[in-house]
Design a protein around this ligand. Structure first.
Ligand code: BV8
Ligand code: ZN
Length: 344
């Protein structure tokens, strides 16, 4: 399921562009003026948003895709080939996300959502470290996702690639879905112990060349992995969107409805993402088509994908999202001092 605003596969894929920041303003006061004149705002967030909470990014320094081969971990084929290895990778990320705290950028975006209301702001997240909260009374301790623990109103948070905390059956014909499963470890074989996780994930390391060799011993015997309680034959798998899989249709439809509900989009915040994964990265182009200014926040200008050619009226802020986003949103969200002791 893709958005009707995304014409066809690959056409929206942003060609590798020279990063053109020169025309963009780097002035926070100028951004404040644009923010206060913006009725409808979108945000597109990536792993850089949660970096200050201690969670690894994908392509940055120490990034997951630097050490491990995405194709041997985040695809249905990889799970078919060695479900234990894939589960180790996701069990590690569940463990890290459960032990991480939201940072001030999460709190600032959550407060912007409350101040702007459903019509005024929608946060599109590529991060799988969060789930639609069911019980929402700020601040609360049960282990929901980072944005949720920052009490981001659920109707204003769209998880494009779903979440680590939903499990589903690997059997295509079985519709079993387990929402908000925060059990850690999920089973004894998936107990994450920092000292041995590297060795156990070594088969997926970039250096390994036989990662899809069916003769290679499996990381964990299948009978030690979580099985589907509904069909009893299928293995349970992480409920995230893997490469080659469609995004959640209700999420895409929800975004289309929000875009349609107003005559324009005034501003899109592109926070901590290389904006290279499709179709998530295409929302920058779509927002532009609806008249939006683009404001990019990123630690470095190395690769900014669909947000790389900024124009007159756009904004570029280089640095840590956890520091910059609260400053950028201050005129609307205030000094957020009530959240300081809760943040990473
Ligand atoms: C689909 C969930 C078809 C799992 C993820 C060739 C051409 C065009 C397209 C394709 C192609 N080949 C394949 C495709 C399509 C493919 C794609 O886009 N591939 C890319 C790699 C080329 N897309 C798909 O497969 C999608 N599905 O196409 O299905 C279809 C269609 C209809 C019906 C049926 C099928 C599905 C894509 C979703 C994959 N799942 N995640 C998991 O997480 O394990 S993607 C995953 O990677 C993340 O969710 C995110 O989207 C992406 C990583 O990007 P970022 O989050 O941006 O992270 P990154 O590390 O790259 O960047 C971090 C940034 O933060 C850096 O810029 C850094 O400088 C900055 N930063 C760091 N610290 C800070 C900071 N910034 C601020 N402050 C800091 N402190
Ligand atoms: Zn099943």
């Amino acid at each position: 399921m893709t958005s009707k605003y995304i014409s066809s596969f690959g056409t929206m894929r942003p060609p590798k562009r020279e990063v053109g920041m020169s025309k963009a303003s780097t002035s926070i006061p100028e951004f404040h003026t644009a923010l206060l004149n913006s009725k409808r705002i979108l945000a597109l967030c990536g792993a850089g948003l949660s970096a200050a909470s201690g969670l690894d990014t994908f392509r940055g320094k120490g990034g997951m895709w630097r050490n491990y081969r995405a194709t041997s971990l985040a695809t249905p084929e990889a799970f078919e080939n060695d479900p234990g290895l894939v589960w180790l990778f996701y069990a590690l990320r569940r463990h890290q996300a459960l032990n991480a705290k939201p940072n001030m950028a999460h709190f600032a975006l959550a407060e912007l959502a409350r101040q702007k209301g459903e019509e005024g702001f929608q946060c599109l997240s590529q991060n799988v470290d969060g789930t639609p909260p069911t019980l929402l009374s700020p601040p609360h301790t049960n282990p929901l996702g980072l944005s949720q623990r920052a009490s981001h109103p659920p109707s204003q948070l769209k998880l494009l690639h779903s979440t680590l905390f939903n499990l589903k059956c690997f059997n295509d014909s079985c519709t079993y879905l387990d929402i908000d499963n925060f059990t850690d470890p999920l089973c004894p074989a998936l107990t994450i112990t920092p000292e041995n996780i590297e060795t156990r994930l070594a088969p997926a390391a970039k250096s390994m060349h036989n990662h899809l060799d069916p003769r290679r011993p499996k990381a964990i015997p299948e009978d030690e992995l979580p099985h589907c309680p509904s069909c009893e034959t299928g293995l349970l798998r992480p409920g995230v969107v893997w490469f080659g899989e469609a995004l959640p249709s209700e999420t895409i439809e929800g975004i289309d409805e929000w875009i349609e509900a107003g005559e324009s989009v005034d501003l899109i915040l592109v926070i901590g993402t290389t904006a290279t994964v499709w179709p998530a990265s295409s929302y920058v182009e779509i927002a532009r088509r609806f008249g939006a200014k683009v404001a990019v926040v990123n630690m470095d200008d190395g690769e900014l994908g669909s947000a790389s050619d900024l124009r007159e009226g756009d904004f570029w802020f280089q640095g840590d999202a956890a520091v910059l986003v609260p400053q950028m949103l201050e005129p609307v969200v205030g000094d957020l001092k009530q959240f300081k002791e809760l943040a990473a």
